[in-house]
Design a protein around this ligand. Structure first.
Ligand code: GLA
Length: 385
């Protein structure tokens, strides 16, 4: 919990709205340990919530306005409950997220009302650790609390916020990020089966090891269009194979059909099919405490994302290579959608200091700017405070 940030948030709320907040919410970002681009293929993912979160302070209003002030951007905005249309070209994204979330909540029959909200986040924005899912989860819980509406099951709320993300950004994302932000438990990762949303909380027992996140701070201008393109390629592969989604395809089945699909479609599908298998295996070795095997699977995941899914980029590859050169690093990979964003590395605690120094120096030399390195445990999912 970032108590300093929370104090700043309270002060900003009081200054702007001349009252104390009635509701405070914290919703974390997430890091996906393994299982990338598998969620929208009905596969498995293995994320955990991180110690970075979006915080909101709010109070109800008795009209149909949602007024919001963001400390990150130092900007104020207003949304009307009577006009929730979202055009990706209309207005600021941070307000469109609110419109989209309100739209989905009303469509689900939740009686949302007006509110005054102040928001502040220490999740790196747009950087592969789900700053937007944290924001959406916070919006959802805040608006429910302000309206005094009983929370729907968290998985349903996650679905609503997944749809809100697509509505606001045009990206046909999967369920992982919103699910991880809303359903994570302290000191656990979630093995989520995206086919039916059944899940298992997996205790994170790292026995002298840590997960470290390194942010490329690279612009991700093309990430959304590439993401939708990959999703289309996966759907094309499933169609050729005659299956509902790639979850139902085996590697042998895919290989037998290689000549029936374009080479890039085959490669995308090979990543997905092997990544689903890696994620299941990773959850088994993780539970057993075999972190060396887990690290090898992380490495294999990165290679597959880089070569078959073509979701990496120079900045990510530089961070991964620099990490792997350090003794005590068990595995390193890009995390999240890719094309920029962050890497996640599993390493011995006594290697963390060297990691910080070497990875920063190497990245600066090759890319010409500093990465941001974040140490994190497995945090609690979203909560009203
Ligand atoms: C983004 C999406 C998720 C997931 C990942 C890739 O984070 O929001 O749904 O598809 O990319 O694994």
């Amino acid at each position: 919990m970032n108590t300093g940030l929370l104090q700043k948030l309270d002060a900003a709320f009081e200054q702007r709205f001349n009252a104390k907040p009635a509701v405070r919410v914290r919703a974390p970002g997430r890091v996906n340990l393994i299982g990338e681009h598998t969620d929208y293929n009905d596969g498995f993912v293995f994320p955990m919530a991180i110690d970075r979160a979006c915080y909101m302070a709010a109070r109800p209003r008795n009209d149909r306005k949602v007024r919001i002030y963001t400390l990150n951007l130092d900007k104020a905005g207003e949304v009307s409950l009577d006009d929730l249309t979202v055009h990706p070209s209309r207005g600021a994204l941070w307000l469109n997220f609110i419109r989209a979330a309100l739209h989905e909540m009303s469509a689900a029959g939740l009686a949302v009302t007006g509110a005054d909200i102040a928001v502040c986040s220490d999740v790196p924005l747009g950087g592969g650790v789900s700053s937007s899912a944290a924001y959406e989860s916070a919006i959802g819980l805040t608006l429910l609390a302000v309206a005094g509406v009983k929370e729907p099951p968290r998985a349903e709320l996650a679905r609503m916020m997944q749809r809100a993300e697509t509505r606001a950004t045009g990206v046909r994302c999967g369920i992982m990020d919103q699910f991880a932000s809303l359903l994570s438990q302290q000191d656990h990762a979630i093995l989520l089966d995206c086919r039916d949303l059944s899940y298992k909380q997996a205790p994170v027992k790292l026995n002298g090891h840590s997960f470290v996140i390194a942010d490329t701070c690279a612009p991700r201008a093309l990430a959304g269009s590439k993401y939708n393109e990959r999703r289309g390629e996966c759907e094309a592969a499933a169609k050729v194979l005659g299956v509902k989604s790639l979850r139902s395809a085996s590697l042998a089945q895919l290989q037998a059909a290689e000549s029936k699909m374009p080479a890039n479609v085959f490669k995308r599908a090979r990543h997905v099919v092997t990544e689903i298998a890696r994620t299941q295996e990773a959850a088994v070795v993780f539970e057993r405490g075999d972190l060396a095997a887990f690290g090898r699977l992380m490495d294999a995941s990165h290679e597959s994302l880089k070569n078959d899914y073509e979701a990496s980029c120079r900045e990510l590859d530089v961070l991964v290579a620099a990490a792997r050169a350090i003794p005590g690093v068990l595995g390193s990979r890009l995390t999240g959608a890719g094309w920029g964003g962050c890497t996640v590395t599993l390493l011995r605690n006594d290697a963390v200091e060297k990691f910080q120094g070497d990875v920063t120096a190497c990245y600066e030399q090759e890319i010409g700017r500093k990465p941001v390195i974040i140490l994190t445990g497995a945090a609690q999912g979203a909560l009203a405070l």
